[in-house]
Design a protein around this ligand. Structure first.
Ligand SMILES: NC(=O)c1ccc[n+]([C@@H]2O[C@H](COP(=O)([O-])OP(=O)(O)OC[C@H]3O[C@@H](n4cnc5c(N)ncnc54)[C@H](O)[C@@H]3O)[C@@H](O)[C@H]2O)c1
Length: 248
């Protein structure tokens, strides 16, 4: 029987690259995103190319949406083996005293509460699967190091690292592995704001050992590994996928 994976934030960037990687591994995919138009067309293309895939419109910060998305995955494919909590947003760059509470809350809701909700509703289905399950949460290099003007993003991504450990400990007995990846600067739309500032981009894109930005497929490869049986004795860890950015 095909393994079934649900990927959030799956219509572009790291999420779509991950969905494609899972399709290469013969898995059935549930792509979730708030962008319904793009999600529908991307999924149509994948299905036309032979993939077993469906799109579910889902705001990861909305409890009902997340519960329904997990239920739809199981209704459609009969099981849920892998969850990738990838959806994430940045914040308007400013000091934390200038930031509004609602700006803070929005980032925490999507980047941290969204990860909690994904695990809350996927894990009960994984428990029902014979082989347990694997969860990969997408944190960030900025979950490890501070950076001015991105307080809620930093805090949310640091939270994901510890939340990953909590879940790994709570559900290890059920053979559910929970890990995270921490990407450095990756070539996706989320960094467009930095890319537009030539000088800033030059500095940011080379602040790592490899002296280049990463590609979404390079993060997808790490996610795919952690979600696979090849990582069968790995849980509770966060894998840097940052070209040596933390080491730098
Ligand atoms: N690109 C980088 O440099 C980088 C670095 C470290 C971590 N990350 C993390 O990687 C993840 C993927 O980001 P990306 O770089 O592919 O950027 P991206 O902007 O291409 O992808 C983010 C996706 O999440 C979706 N999304 C946003 N809010 C959502 C919500 N409430 N519910 C469901 N979907 C929602 C967007 O529509 C989009 O498809 C994010 O968690 C991001 O924080 C990215």
């Amino acid at each position: 029987m095909k393994k079934v994976a649900l990927v959030t934030g799956a219509t572009g960037g790291i999420g779509l690259a991950t969905a494609k990687r899972f399709i290469d591994r013969e898995m059935a995919i549930v792509l979730c995103d708030i962008d319904e138009e793009k999600g529908t067309s991307v999924t149509e293309t994948l299905v036309n190319d032979g993939a077993e895939a469906m799109f579910v419109r889902c705001d990861v910060s909305n409890e009902e949406d997340v519960r329904d998305a997990c239920q739809k995955a199981v209704d459609q494919y009969g099981r849920l083996d892998v969850l990738v909590n990838n959806a994430g947003i940045g914040n308007r760059e400013t000091t934390l005293t200038e930031l509004t509470l609602s700006e803070w809350q929005k980032v925490i809701d999507v980047n941290l509460t969204g990860v909690y909700l994904g695990m809350k509703y996927a894990i009960p289905f994984m428990k029902e699967s014979d082989g347990g399950g694997a969860i990969v949460n997408v944190s960030s290099l900025l979950g490890f190091k501070g950076k001015k003007f991105v307080a809620p993003y930093n805090a949310s991504k640091a939270g994901v690292i510890t939340l990953t450990k909590n879940a790994a400990l709570e559900f290890g007995r059920d053979q559910i592995r929970v890990n995270a990846v921490a990407p450095g600067v990756i070539d996706t739309p989320i960094v467009d704001g930095w890319r537009e500032q030539e000088q800033k981009w030059k500095i940011m894109s080379s602040a790592n050992a490899l002296k280049r930005v990463g590609q979404p497929e390079e993060v997808a490869n790490a996610i795919s590994f952690l979600a696979s049986d090849e990582a069968s004795y790995i849980t509770g860890t966060t894998l840097m996928v940052d070209g040596g950015g933390l080491t730098y």
